[in-house]
Structure formats: structure tokens, C-alpha cells
Design a protein around this ligand. Structure first.
Ligand SMILES: O=C(O)CCC(=O)C(=O)O
Length: 244
């Protein structure tokens, strides 16, 4: 099965070897340590925006209805000091600049001072998340688990989520450092606490394949000029020349 039909049928797909070991190491050093489970606002980092707008955008472009725009970046760092688990859920919200009344958008909530909203389901279907692994991950260090095919079921109630656990195959998304997991936001996913000393760092970038209706604006979409001074010598070696 090819990547497009995997994504369509299962809601996720692994793309191996997107970054090589030295690029993973450079990126991990640049990102440093997180204070908690995850750090938001990663697209404000020049090099992350550049990576998202070039190499990672190339991966998602064939699977979105319009040119991909990176709209949210979160750095997940699961390690002994920040060990955590996440229960089964779908990613249902967008992080936007300001709250405004727009038909089909709601309810609104605030997370870390940023307005979040649930958009119409058909817009969530036109998004794709890229999870770039900076460490090898498996069941021992809390790899992501997904319920295959659940991205096709729309927004699910708590009861429907419980029943999906009986009816849909659970897949552990094992990956090597440098591999990317592509994932539809409506796919049910969860992860367990780590029982290992090995870190599990993942750079999670969400891409939209649609323009927001006015007056809504993305909280994080990077400006195009942020790409200027970061260079990809090829698709596996990442060289940052950023100065800011
Ligand atoms: O990285 C993880 O383990 C969970 C991430 C997650 O829940 C999410 O991206 O919504």
C-alpha cells in the first residue's frame, strides 16, 4: 500500500529517514530542554519554521487540498523528569490570534493565553500533522498509539471513543530518530508513560490545507521570510545559518 492510501485508510503513515543522525542531533541541541511535557509556539523559532516550510511541507503537500501552511508547532519531550501519558483523544482545535464569531467555529477556549477553537469537521479533515522523531521510540519510552481508521468517524463522544477501542485495531507507532509519522488530527491517539531511561523527543507540526475565513488568523503561522538564512544542503543534512 502506498503512502497516500495508507493515510486515507488508516489515518497515519510512517516516512522513514527524513533527517539523518547529525541533523537530528543539531535540531535537538537547538531545541534544548523543555520545562514540562510539551512546549508550544515552536514555529516562532526561525530554524523550525524553515524546516516546516521546506522539507516537511514537501512531505505533506501531496496529501492536502491546497498549499500546506504550518500553523502550530509543539515540542514533546518525554523523559524521566517529565514523564507523562495522554488518554485517547482527537486533536479538535486550532490555535488562533483572536476570538471572533464565525459560523461553524466553536466552542472557544483559552490554552496558555491563546484562543483555541473547534472548526467545522471538514476543515480538520484538510489538515495533517507531522511528528518528527528525534529519538528512537517504542513501547518502552511511550511511543504514540493510534486506533487505525478512526479519522473517518468525525468528532467522537467519550462513549464512542470507548467503543472504538473494541472495534478498531490499536497500532503502536514505533519509529527511529529521523523518521516522520504523518497523522490526521481526527485519528484517535494516546501514549503511555515511559518505563525507560531513553528520552522520547518529537517535534509536532500541524499543517493546514485551507485558508481561514476572515477575520480569523492563525496564532503561529510563520512569515515566509523566516526561511531565508537556513540552508538544507540536501534532504538529510540540515545546516542552520540563522543568526537571530
Ligand atoms: O506525543 C504524545 O505522546 C501525545 C501527543 C498528543 O497527544 C497530541 O499531539 O495531541
Amino acid at each position: 500500500m502506498n503512502l497516500a492510501s495508507n493515510l486515507d485508510t488508516h489515518g497515519f503513515a510512517i516516512v522513514p529517514n527524513v533527517l539523518d543522525a547529525s541533523a537530528c542531533h543539531s535540531l535537538a541541541s537547538l531545541l534544548g530542554d523543555t520545562n514540562g511535557a510539551g512546549t508550544r509556539g515552536m514555529l516562532r523559532i526561525h530554524e523550525v519554521a524553515a524546516l516546516a516550510q521546506s522539507l516537511l511541507a514537501d512531505l505533506v503537500r501531496p496529501h492536502l487540498p491546497a498549499a500546506p501552511v504550518p500553523v502550530r508547532g509543539i515540542y514533546f519531550d518525554k523523559r524521566a523528569e517529565t514523564n507523562w501519558l495522554v488518554a485517547w483523544h482527537q486533536d479538535l482545535t486550532l490555535a488562533l490570534k483572536k476570538q471572533a464569531e464565525v459560523s461553524g467555529f466553536g466552542p472557544w477556549s483559552m490554552k496558555e493565553g491563546v484562543p483555541h477553537v473547534q472548526p467545522p469537521m471538514q476543515l480538520l479533515e484538510q489538515m495533517l500533522a507531522v511528528r518528527l522523531h528525534l529519538d528512537d521510540t517504542d513501547s518502552s519510552n511511550g511511543a504514540l498509539r493510534v486506533l487505525s481508521g478512526t479519522h473517518r468517524l468525525g468528532r467522537l463522544s467519550a462513549e464512542a471513543i470507548r467503543s472504538c477501542r473494541e472495534t478498531h485495531e490499536e497500532v503502536l507507532c514505533e519509529a527511529k530518530a529521523g523518521d516522520v509519522l504523518l497523522m490526521r488530527p481526527l485519528l484517535l491517539h494516546a501514549s503511555s508513560r515511559s518505563s525507560s531511561a531513553r528520552r522520547r523527543r518529537v517535534l509536532h507540526i500541524e499543517f493546514s490545507g485551507f485558508p481561514l475565513p476572515e477575520p480569523l488568523e492563525w496564532h503561529e503561522a510563520p512569515c515566509h521570510s523566516s526561511i531565508a538564512s537556513t540552508v538544507y544542503t540536501n534532504h538529510t543534512t540540515w545546516v542552520s545559518r540563522a543568526s537571530n
